[in-house]
Design a protein. Structure first.
Length: 308
DNA sequence: AAGCATCGCAACCGCGCATAA
DNA sequence: ATTATGCGCGGTTGCGATGCT
């Protein structure tokens, strides 16, 4: 049994791909597709292992690949998603069309390295119930995301101390439906900031006053900004399956990224406001989408884009 | 100009999972 | 039920490019 290393066979080339090899792979894949990667090298006339061919195609050669610098919007999305799902690069990449997990991973790692070098201003996390975190990190910093925290190095203090408080949450000041979980209520910065202003307009110590909810967000949620509770709870989406993202209209929403036993929850989103919950109890529509009005948000203190 | 350090990123490695045999 | 195989993922490596002294 063991491990089946595909690349230790005879005369398998390794290292950088030559233009000729690229051409062979492109020609083969575009005419035949890639049903079985292990067959690709032989059929395409390449002295490579199938795994290498797959990697080369997915990360570099496929036509829908998007190259070049990440846009500020992409960057923000990566940060937000990473804050929720951690180092699940493929997961993050699935929300950035044309970007690969490898590219995002590389970007993230080099970004971290850059930030590490920056001197960081020591920041006292307020021990009170109101705390700040930046980007999506709040969820991880308080250990609510079920994942290996060793992949979230102490780097993060430095990484974000010069950045912005995107989320504010309040722990334990409301009684949630699920008594076992820490209750996290978060509001998010607006979607419209560019990268520069995004970094310049915030400091970690700023306390953002909670502005009144914009008209666009008030539907069904006026009273104390708390959403209505939904009685008919059918399922629960674990926290690690949630993320926020931004659509092409600049709307931010929650996404239930996946569901254990069903695909019905995949990519359901499109909320007028922005919300992250320690858990989501929601009522499904027929098509599996969870509209804002029917999502039970438990107790949300405040949750809407600040400058819509 | 030369040597060294660092960065960025393509590619590889090893593991886990799914599935076929 | 067990083993073999292939795929996909996250972590890591290696190397060319670039920057610094």
């Amino acid at each position: 049994m063991g491990h089946h290393s595909c690349c230790n066979q005879q005369k398998v080339k390794r290292g950088l791909w030559s233009p000729e090899e690229d051409e062979k792979l492109i020609r083969y894949i575009t005419t035949h597709g890639y049903g079985c990667w292990s067959e690709v090298p032989e059929k395409a006339g390449l002295q490579r292992c199938g795994k290498s061919c797959r990697l080369r195609w997915i990360n570099y050669l496929r036509p829908d690949i998007r190259r070049g610098r990440f846009t500020p919007e992409e960057e923000k999305l990566i940060i937000s998603l990473h804050g929720v799902v951690g180092n699940r690069w493929a997961h993050i990449a699935s929300h950035l069309p044309g970007r690969t997990d490898n590219e995002i991973k590389n970007y993230w790692n080099s970004w971290i390295k850059k930030k590490i070098r920056k001197p960081t201003t020591p920041r006292a996390m307020a021990p009170s119930s109101v705390e700040f975190v930046q980007s999506g990190y709040g969820l991880n910093q308080i250990g609510l995301v079920n994942q290996d925290l060793s992949t979230k190095p102490p780097v993060e203090d430095g990484l974000f101390s010069s950045s912005c408080p995107i989320f504010m949450f309040d722990i334990g000041t409301v009684d949630g439906l699920s008594s076992g979980n820490a209750r996290v209520d978060i509001f998010h910065e607006s979607a419209g900031l560019n990268s520069d202003s995004w970094h310049q307009n915030y400091s970690t110590h700023e306390v953002q006053a909670i502005p009144p909810p914009p008209p666009s967000f008030t539907s069904g949620m006026e009273s104390n900004y708390l959403p209505p509770l939904i009685e008919n709870v059918e399922t629960m989406v674990p926290m690690e399956d949630q993320a926020c993202s931004m659509n092409e209209n600049g709307e931010i929403g929650l996404e239930c990224l996946q569901r254990q036993e069903s695909s019905e929850w995949v990519d359901s989103h499109q909320y007028p406001g922005f919300l992250i919950w320690d858990h989501v109890e929601a009522q499904m529509c027929g098509d599996g989408v969870v509209p804002a009005a029917s999502a039970n948000l438990g107790h949300i203190l405040s949750s809407y884009p600040q400058s819509l």
